[in-house]
Write a protein that binds this ligand. Structure first.
Ligand code: ZN
Length: 381
């Protein structure tokens, strides 16, 4: 900074603003291109390149710096110069080392080598581009493969669901099949059991163990303490006539004198005569029960005819080496040497009932014999 003081001009250091001792006579005329000192004073104390200011001036008065700042500046410049010298030495050593290392290298060879390397670089870049293209293509194909895999997974899941459904149905069908197989086995067993039984056995059930013999639940007999009405006895006669008729057909026997006409509780026996006209002999009775009073009973003749037909069956069985338990003699059946008449007339209830039991017993035995003959020589029923 410049200021007038007692006819002298005062300057301050540009760096530290310290007041400088400056003699005016040392001042030399300014050249036209010198920088304006007023500019310097204006910029005093501001951050300005000190070296630049100094270099741009011709005389110290235009760049006033105190001695201390000048010394520090010189030391700094000297240090910088030394560092530059060191750096220059390092670079020189490096150049020498490189020259030693490559002193035998021919520049032409190096240029060729460089061209070769550049060519190789171009080839490698081309290859890199190709590899990049292949990489993009591979990425595209990989994406497609992933989509395909997802589709396959979905199809697989659906197929698994189908498989589970079908498997469940298979198990259900298997269970149904097993159930049907069990039913078939049961039906086969039933069929076998039934095939071993005779239809006549199943159709006619004769029970002779009680006081009065029964056929299919109808009692054929009467005792003083067990009253049986005629309707039941007629029904029993009807069942017995039907069974006898079936047994005759099984043995293919045709009685010469009589023919059974089975009509349930109103069955009768038709007398066969050469003229063709025969009487109808009833196997049933009606009206009040006049037990064994000596009067003729309407069913007595029918019972005698029935026994006659049964005797014909028995004689045919004898030819087949089969006998009945109770011998038949006229209208009587013999049990333990005693004869029991099937007629009510001149008879009593117990004896008549015993005769009926013998008659049904013979029928039952005849049934067993004819079944056994059928098993030996089976014929379709
Ligand atoms: Zn200073």
């Amino acid at each position: 900074m410049r200021a007038a003081y007692e006819g002298r001009t005062l300057y301050t250091c540009l760096n530290c603003n310290k007041l400088l001792q400056y003699e005016e006579h040392n001042k030399q005329p300014r050249r036209s291109h010198d920088c304006d000192a007023s500019d310097l004073t204006l910029n005093t104390g501001e951050a300005r390149n000190l070296i630049q200011i100094i270099c741009a001036t011709d005389i110290p008065g235009l760049a006033p710096i105190c001695e201390m700042c000048s010394s520090e500046l010189l030391e700094g410049m000297e240090g910088q110069l030394n560092r530059l010298d060191d750096e220059c030495n390092d670079l020189r050593q490096l150049i020498e080392a490189l020259e030693k290392m490559h002193n035998s290298t021919d520049p032409t060879t190096v240029k060729k080598r460089l061209a070769s390397l550049q060519l190789e670089e171009r080839e490698l870049r081309d290859e890199l581009r190709k590899l990049a293209d292949e990489d993009r293509l591979s990425e595209f194909e990989l994406q497609k493969a992933r989509e395909e895999r997802d589709n396959v997974s979905m199809r697989q899941e659906k197929l698994w669901e189908n498989f589970r459904d079908i498997h469940r149905k298979l198990l259900d069908n298997d269970e149904v099949s097993r159930r049907l197989e069990a039913e078939k086995r049961y039906a086969s067993e039933q069929l076998h059991r039934l095939s071993t039984k005779s239809a006549i056995d199943l159709a006619f059930h004769i029970w002779t163990d009680g006081p009065i013999a029964t056929i299919n639940g109808f009692r054929l007999g009467k005792l003083p303490d067990i009253n049986v009405d005629w309707n039941e006895i007629n029904a029993a006669w009807g069942q017995a006539a039907l069974l006898l008729d079936v047994l005759l057909q099984r043995l293919k026997v045709e009685p010469s004198m009589f023919k059974l006409v089975c009509m349930g509780a109103h069955s009768y026996i038709k007398e066969c005569r050469p003229s063709g006209s025969g009487r109808e002999i009833p196997l049933y009775s009606s009206g009040g029960w006049r037990p064994f009073s000596g009067q003729t009973h309407s069913a007595d003749e029918g019972a005698a005819a029935f026994v006659d037909i049964l005797a014909t069956l028995a004689s045919n069985l004898v030819h087949l080496n089969r006998t009945l338990p109770h011998t038949i003699r006229k209208e009587t059946l013999i049990d333990n040497g005693m004869q029991y008449s099937v007629k009510v007339q001149f008879n009593n209830e117990e004896r008549w009932t015993k005769a009926m039991k013998c008659l049904l017993s013979n029928l039952k035995t005849a049934l067993v014999h004819i079944n056994s003959l059928k098993e030996q020589n089976p014929q379709p029923e």
